[in-house]
Design a binder for this molecule. Structure first.
Ligand SMILES: Cc1cc2nc3c(=O)[nH]c(=O)nc-3n(C[C@H](O)[C@H](O)[C@H](O)COP(=O)(O)O)c2cc1C
Ligand code: SF4
Length: 789
């Protein structure tokens, strides 16, 4: 090495470094190439000989299908699952689905989706154990319990322990005389891995002698009252249901003790489980219908269990459903377009927007164009823009362009008011609601008067209307502040199929919500899942709807009978109406002045319209089963009006005349009408009026008689002698025959009401007998049984 410029000679180390550097510069390319080559060889070798570790995210997906027992524990694992689903989403988006463009993963804050995914994943991991408890003295329930458990397992798609993929473990059958109550009825037992939810079924035969049932009931009661224990210690179970066996031979009615202990068990279980009644109490007579009832109960139960498997939730219940206090208070509001006085505070805004004055309404002309704007999420079914009436041409004449709006838009106060009152609004102008009688019949507490008079089952009756709008503002209709009014159809028209599907769906939804309500009977609940009747009378005017005939066709197509009530203000639509099972016209007064005062009609020619409607009814009396409905309001339309009503009957010659006292619910603030309790006639006053009317009819040579009564609803039926056969009234309807005739002869077919007249009116419903179905139990406002007089 040479000395540097300063004449200093480099050290040995410096000389070596210099040498290595020169060497690198000379040979770096071959060195890099050969290193890369060697590394590649090593990589290939390792790849072909080593077992691969699965990718982390894929392993997670596997875990989701078959989780390790410890993978899901209460809250925390849910979070883990969430992360897993996030991870799998990440993988999917990073790897990209087949044919999809790969790209950076976008993270969106879709909390609900994540939560749902997490719950489902959690649900998949958890199992459901049905515990079937029974008691038995003479052994029949024991045998039934064993068979029932096997059948249930099959119906649920076999059990998880047999590897079926179902969440249900094999049902366990437990004899209450051997089971440790402390183990099952103080707090629900936990499985070893804490991965199992419990569902309790109880098969209880009743005994009026001392049996194991007594100590069991005592235990339930004591547990509930024990101050050291929570009042609802069984709340963690998924749900429960009870079925009782009894013997009607010795204990004919529930009041006499039929299935009494099953009822008690059901009641205490509701308290202990914090209202987890998953399906109504079933009851069967072991000698007669026991098996049939049990099988029905099982069908309903399986539906609920399958829903539980998916959602782990019993779903919605009506307010107060399964109340731990088992309070049986019922609201007294009577529906069915039946007239009532109720305390309702009507907001000024609501009134202003929905009502509109007479002048406003009459200014609206024929609708020439349709300009509905479908907001996001609104149904896409094409609405039809029609003004089907012949009235209100003023605007058209003036050349005013009218924008077609929805009758009851979701954002309107009307919508809010109606939904608050329990209506489900379907589309933009139809509604459905469960009436109090449907609820009452589900609980075996009596049906509406239409059961006594015409044989309709209230628990199979749907109350609805395709038009929430009306052309009157009747003094006794408390809804006139909340429902829209008008003389012409000036709104968007929904197609009939949309209405039919919507009301049916919402009706069933509302029935299902009654599942946990105390006292609902399993067999009636099961029957209620098949609508047999439709009362088109809820609120508004059904024949106002332009496609009423198509809509009726849909009801009849499903063998749902139609009870249509109209207000005698739309003669053209009435004349065009096809067959209905029973056609009502509301007759609210006997003369022009009284009608104006009571109905406060929007049409200026209301009296002429009214009379034309009566004439149409007269013409059609051998085609349609026609009914006048009179609503008596004291101080308005009772006094001295019997003669006037008789004249109207003479004009319309209806098949029947229903006379009903207005119903009172609370203090009336029924708008300016100011009706009070003083306007509600006593039943005796209604009876006196009916007797006077019958006399007035006979005086005119009209063949009518008092056929039936339903004192509970303050309702009496006058019928034409056409419906008296061999001295017996035949006010019931043969529904099957009605549908046969309709199918044979068509909706305009030539057949008469007599052709589908039913069997004789039951004795208990005839005049003087009160009209309460003896199968049912009358209760007072607090749900306490009322002894028959
Ligand atoms: C002594 C006795 C008392 C009974 N008491 C009632 C009763 O109060 N209410 C009822 O509905 N059934 C009553 N039953 C009918 C039983 O509940 C019915 O026979 C039941 O199916 C018996 O079930 P098991 O064989 O599993 O014990 C009674 C039967 C017996 C023998
Ligand atoms: S007819 Fe139907 S909707 Fe009307 S009160 Fe009776 S059960 Fe209720």
């Amino acid at each position: 090495m040479f000395p540097d410029s300063r004449g200093v000679r480099p050290s040995v180390t410096e000389e070596i470094a210099q040498y290595v550097l020169e060497l690198w510069h000379e040979h770096r390319i071959p060195i890099i190439m050969s290193t890369l080559f060697i590394l590649s060889l090593v990589r290939i070798y390792l790849h072909s000989t080593q077992t691969r570790e699965p990718l982390r995210v894929l392993s997670n997906l596997d875990e989701k299908v078959a989780p390790k027992p410890s993978a899901v524990r209460d809250e925390k694992p849910k979070i883990e699952m969430e992360e897993e689903s996030e991870a799998s989403e990440a993988t999917e988006s990073a790897v990209g689905k087949k044919g999809e463009k790969k790209g950076p993963r976008r993270i969106k804050g879709d909390a609900s989706r994540k939560a749902r995914g997490a719950t489902q994943a959690g649900n998949e991991a958890r199992k459901i154990q049905v515990l079937l408890f029974y008691s038995s003295l003479t052994g029949s329930t024991e045998k039934i319990a064993q068979t029932f458990a096997q059948e249930l397992e099959t119906s649920l798609g076999d059990s998880a322990d047999k590897g079926s993929g179902s969440a249900f473990l094999s049902p366990k059958v437990l004899d209450l005389s051997e089971a440790d109550y402390d183990e099952y009825f103080i707090t629900p037992p936990k499985s070893e891995d804490d991965q199992t939810d419990l569902f309790y079924l109880l098969l209880i035969p009743s005994y009026n002698i001392d049996t194991i049932n007594d100590s069991f009931l005592e235990h339930l009661q004591e547990t509930h009252h024990d101050f050291r224990i929570d009042t609802s210690p069984l709340a963690p179970i998924l749900g429960y249901s009870v079925f009782g066996f009894g013997d009607r031979e010795g204990w004919p009615t529930e009041e006499e003790g039929f299935c009494i202990q099953a009822k008690d068990v059901d009641k205490w279980m509701a308290k202990l489980s914090a209202r987890k009644r998953a399906y109504p109490l079933g009851m069967g007579d072991w000698k007669r219908d026991g098996k049939e009832r049990l099988s029905e109960w099982k069908t309903g139960l399986v539906d609920v269990l399958k829903q539980l498997e998916l959602t782990r939730s019993l779903g919605e219940g009506v307010p107060g459903s399964g109340d731990p206090l088992e309070s049986d208070d019922e609201e007294e509001a009577e529906d069915d377009g039946e007239v009532l006085i109720e305390e309702v505070s009507v907001s000024k805004t609501t009134k202003g927007r929905s009502g509109g004055s007479l002048e406003d309404v009459e200014d609206i002309g024929r609708i020439m164009e349709f300009s509905r704007t479908d907001g996001p999420g609104q149904k896409s079914a094409a609405p039809l823009a029609i003004d089907f009436t012949t009235e209100g041409k003023a605007a058209a004449k003036k050349g005013v362009t009218v924008t077609v709006k929805e009758m009851v838009p979701k954002s309107s106060p009307t919508y809010a008011a109606l939904t608050k009152q329990g209506y489900a609004i379907v589309g933009s102008h139809s509604g459905v609601k469960i009436c109090r009688w449907t609820k009452s019949a589900l609980r075996g507490r009596g049906s509406c008067y239409k059961y006594s008079f015409y044989g309709i089952n209230s628990h199979q009756c749907m109350e609805s209307t395709p038009s929430l709008s009306c052309s009157n503002k009747c003094v006794f209709c408390w809804r006139h502040g909340t429902n829209p009014v008008g003389t012409t159809w000036r709104w968007v028209v929904d197609p009939p199929q949309l209405i039919f599907d919507g009301i049916r769906e919402n009706h069933y939804k509302k029935i299902k919500m009654m599942r946990g309500v105390p006292g609902v009977r399993a067999e009636r609940f099961a029957e209620a899942m098949r609508i047999r009747h439709c009362a088109l009378s809820l609120v508004g005017e059904p024949i106002f709807y332009p496609h009423i005939n198509e809509f009726l066709g849909m009801l009849h197509g499903e063998h749902i009978s139609s009870f249509l009530v109209c207000n005698a203000q739309h003669p053209d639509q009435l004349a065009a109406l096809q067959h209905v099972t029973q056609l009502y016209v509301s007759i609210d007064a006997s003369n022009r002045e009284s009608l104006r005062r009571i109905d406060r009609p929007l049409h200026r020619d209301f009296w002429e319209r009214f009379q034309r409607c009566l004439d149409i009814l007269r013409e059609r009396r051998f085609r349609q089963r026609t009914v006048f409905r009179l609503t008596l309001v004291k101080g308005f339309n009772i006094e001295d009006e019997a003669e006037g009503y008789a004249d109207l009957v003479e004009r319309g010659l209806p098949c029947f005349v229903e006379i009903k006292g207005v119903t009172y619910c609370g203090t009336s603030t029924s708008s300016s009408a100011g009706l009070t309790m003083a306007n509600v006639p006593f039943y005796q006053e209604v009876c006196d009026f009916v007797v006077a009317l019958e006399k007035a009819l006979l005086k005119r040579g009209l063949q009518y008689g008092i056929a039936a009564e339903h004192a509970h609803s303050c309702c009496i039926l006058l019928a034409s002698e056409r419906f008296r056969v061999d001295g017996k009234w035949h006010t019931l309807i043969d529904y099957d025959r009605f549908f046969e005739l309709l199918e044979e002869k068509g909706p305009d077919g030539d057949f008469s009401p007599e052709d589908y007249m039913g069997p004789p009116t039951p004795e208990w419903a005839t005049w003087g007998q009160g009209g309460f179905d003896p199968r049912d139990q009358r209760v007072d406002k607090k749900g306490r049984p009322i002894e028959a007089a």
